[in-house]
Design a protein around this ligand. Structure first.
Ligand code: KG4
Ligand code: ZN
Length: 356
């Protein structure tokens, strides 16, 4: 194993190293996906290969960490080779390796990080450890001119937070005190007997129901930009089952109405707080990232309500909404340009905080 004294990581690259073509490999293994992407320069995605282990978790109703990490181990080499093949480049053409350092599942993270470190060492090229949540935000900026100041709304299966971003630095304004919004979708779907992941299924079902059939009480969440979603999940449980006997209720709302009302409530809270944050920070852009950014009602409502206040709302293209290597490559490239490198003793960090 190389040490910090490896000369490749001691000095900044000469300016010529950024001359095109500059190829970044993005490696993402934070959860149940194994993904590698090749980014040319700052904006051109040459390949973005994703191998999901979702089908292996479905019968358990959620991601099983050991199954996820084993899948990453099995897949990483062939996903990497496929990413190079589609990009029509060889490993020796790569200039930088960007890899998800955290947050995420420890076993999955370790697979990607070990792979990326070995490759960087072998190819004698720099390594950039990337924060997965920061990458979700910059997934919006591929081929776009990035706003100087914006509110970042991060909504995934593991996180829900509002951030303020200025000059490439990201500050947290508030986050959930319990479940993440994606997690709430998944848990509510499970209570309703729907398959994992619940987000896309509930989103589809919600379109057919009455959003005002059930009125959910707002969480007693004091923090101005904080969230709480565990109460609404419990409310769904008791709408369907008697809290005393645990038996299904005869007067329970229909699945369609429940899905529509749940979606109407939680997305309403997200939209309201994101718009308040934009007003508070006096910014004209809101950038959304994370798996829940695929939600149709969030896209529609935040875009509409934002436009009414003169705010532009950014959503990533669908293929970059959920976990992918392309966003990791892009964030890694940005860090590299700022002179930030990771050493070969870097490790995966399941609880990595936003720190830029
Ligand atoms: O960012 P992501 O791919 O993985 C994490 O880093 O967590 O997000 C996955 C989450 C899951 O909880 C899934 O249910 C949710 O994103 N999700 C959705 C939708 N598509 C995916 N939630 C609501 N509506 C959707 N259309
Ligand atoms: Zn994610």
């Amino acid at each position: 194993m190389a040490t910090n004294s490896n000369p490749v990581f001691k000095r900044r690259p000469p300016p010529s190293a950024l001359r095109p073509p500059f190829f970044t490999l993005g490696v993402e293994t934070s959860c149940d996906e194994t993904s590698c992407a090749v980014l040319k320069g700052k904006d051109t995605i040459l390949s973005n290969i994703v191998s999901s282990s979702l089908f292996r978790h479905k019968k358990f109703g959620g991601v099983v960490p050991e199954i996820a990490s084993r899948h990453c181990m099995e897949q990483i080499q062939c996903v990497f080779e496929e990413a190079l093949r589609v990009a029509k480049i060889k490993a020796k053409d790569l200039d930088l390796i960007a890899v998800t350092q955290g947050p995420g599942l420890i076993g999955s993270l370790f697979v990607g990080v070990a792979f990326a470190k070995s490759l960087a060492y072998q190819l004698k090229i720099p390594l950039a450890g990337v924060n997965h949540m920061e990458a979700h935000l910059v997934a919006n900026f591929l081929g776009q001119l990035e706003p100087k100041r914006y509110i970042g709304l991060l909504v995934s299966g593991g996180h829900t937070m509002l951030t303020f971003c200025e000059k490439g630095k990201i500050h947290i304004l508030g986050e959930t005190v319990d479940d993440a919004v994606g997690e709430a979708y998944d848990k509510v779907a499970k209570i309703m007997g729907l398959s994992y992941p619940g987000g896309p299924t509930l989103d589809k079902l919600a379109k057919q129901g009455n959003p005002r059939a059930v009125l959910f009480t707002r969480p007693k969440q004091e923090a101005r930009f904080g969230f709480s979603f565990s109460g609404v999940k419990t409310a769904v449980l008791y709408l369907l089952n008697d809290p005393k006997t645990g038996k299904p209720k005869s007067d329970a709302p229909s699945q369609k109405d429940l899905a529509a009302s749940f979606q109407h409530a939680v997305i309403g809270w997200l939209v309201e707080k994101a718009l308040n944050a934009a007003e508070f920070k006096k910014v004209r852009d809101i950038v959304v990232g994370g798996g829940v950014s695929a939600n149709s009602y969030l896209r529609e409502k935040l875009t509409r309500d934002g436009a009414a206040r003169g705010i532009k709302v950014w959503f990533p293209p669908f293929e970059f909404s959920t976990d992918n290597g392309a966003m990791i490559a892009r964030r890694g490239f940005e860090l590299y340009k700022r002179g930030i490198r990771s050493k070969l003793n870097m490790t995966g960090d399941p609880g990595l905080h936003i720190s830029s």
